[in-house]
Ligand binder design. Structure first.
Ligand code: SAM
Length: 327
């Protein structure tokens, strides 16, 4: 849209607020999508990198503002241009695209920064959902900010937030864990580090690993810990099931359909279990922590058996869990 240092979008006051510190708060309706209407009604500074969320399934989940930005910028940096070309075509956007994925992020980053330096605006998109959320883009956003360019989010679909909004688990505090390690041992270790986390835990998972992961979670977090599997959100076969980890693991194992598509696992925090843990178990945790300060897990749990009367296997697993949390 520009080839010199003139802004791609002329600055205009924000239609809704009149506050020039609130770019993009304008109240453009879906029926007014189009570059001409954008120019007069929002504040569009030059040299801006827009981080644009795209749908995670249902194409109608793209926001009106996202479409406006994709149409109006000089360049779209897409995780996979072939993948995004379907969406771009569907939106009738004709902005040129370049690829920006994990393997070429340094080169793509340079191209984007060159454009921003020339006063142009660039939109960053990933294959689905919000860029940088288990998706590429971190390097570009970090570099753009370091070089003093404006970086503006264009919010929209995100699987972690969509899943949380419908799961019925506490959302006042949650931890997004992204993808667990693929290898069983590393996954087990990561889960052990999380065993006492008392906020809702959210994971992305691939279909071919879902059964093994739910089983590992049941083993480490306890069979009775409540969890939710949110699958194919916003799509035709959207399914949200809940139950204890043991129930979910067995239900998913028994039904191949539950092993298909895209999925988010949500696990309730350990605080929810505190009331259910017996006084003996809570006392055993206290004793174990004291012993572990001086002794390896095996000896600590052997001594804890004598002090608490609880089973050695249980105490040893708790000890290993505490040690991995402290690493
Ligand atoms: N950036 C995306 C976002 O904002 O959610 C996430 C990209 S990550 C590469 C892809 C993972 O997100 C999938 O493997 C799945 O765990 C989760 N995901 C994406 N779309 C989903 C959907 N429609 N339903 C459930 N999970 C989804």
């Amino acid at each position: 849209m520009t080839s010199d240092n003139t802004p791609s979008f002329p600055a205009a006051e924000s239609a809704a607020t009149g506050d020039e510190n609130s770019p993009g708060v304008g109240s453009i309706g879906v029926d007014t999508i189009g570059v001409d209407s954008i120019k007069g009604s929002q504040y569009w500074p030059a040299s801006t990198l827009y981080v644009v969320a795209t749908p995670i399934g249902n194409l109608s989940d793209i926001s009106a503002r996202a479409v406006q930005v994709l149409q109006a910028v000089d360049l779209i940096a897409a995780e996979d241009t072939r993948h995004s070309s379907g969406l771009i075509k569907h939106l009738e956007v004709d902005t040129p695209m370049i690829a920006c994925h994990d393997h070429n992020e340094a080169a793509a980053c340079k191209s984007v920064l060159d454009r921003l330096s020339a006063g142009q605006c660039v939109a960053l998109i990933s294959d689905a959902g919000t860029p940088l959320i288990s998706d590429p883009g971190y390097k570009i956003v970090k570099s753009a900010r370091e070089q003093g360019f404006r970086v503006a989010p264009i919010p929209g679909a995100c699987a972690v937030i969509s899943a949380l909004s419908a799961a019925g688990l506490p959302t006042d505090r949650f931890a997004f864990e992204g993808f667990l390690p693929a290898k069983a041992q590393a996954r087990q270790k990561r889960l052990q580090q999380l065993v006492d986390s008392n906020c809702t835990l959210v994971f992305y998972e691939a279909p071919h690993r879902i059964v093994a992961t739910l089983q590992a979670m049941a083993e480490v977090f306890g069979a009775q810990r409540q969890a939710v599997l949110a699958r194919e959100l916003t799509k035709r076969y959207e399914t949200i099931i809940d139950g204890s980890l043991a129930e979910l693991a067995s239900q998913v194992n028994a039904d191949r359909n539950q092993q298909r598509g895209e999925m988010v696992i949500l696990v309730s925090g350990s605080a929810a279990l505190d009331d259910e843990r017996s006084n003996e178990e809570q006392e055993a945790d206290r004793v174990l922590r004291i012993l572990l300060a001086e002794l390896p897990a095996k000896q600590a749990s052997t001594l804890a058996v004598q002090l608490t009367g609880l089973k050695k296997n249980y105490l040893y697993k708790r000890a290993i869990g505490f040690l991995s949390q402290d690493e």
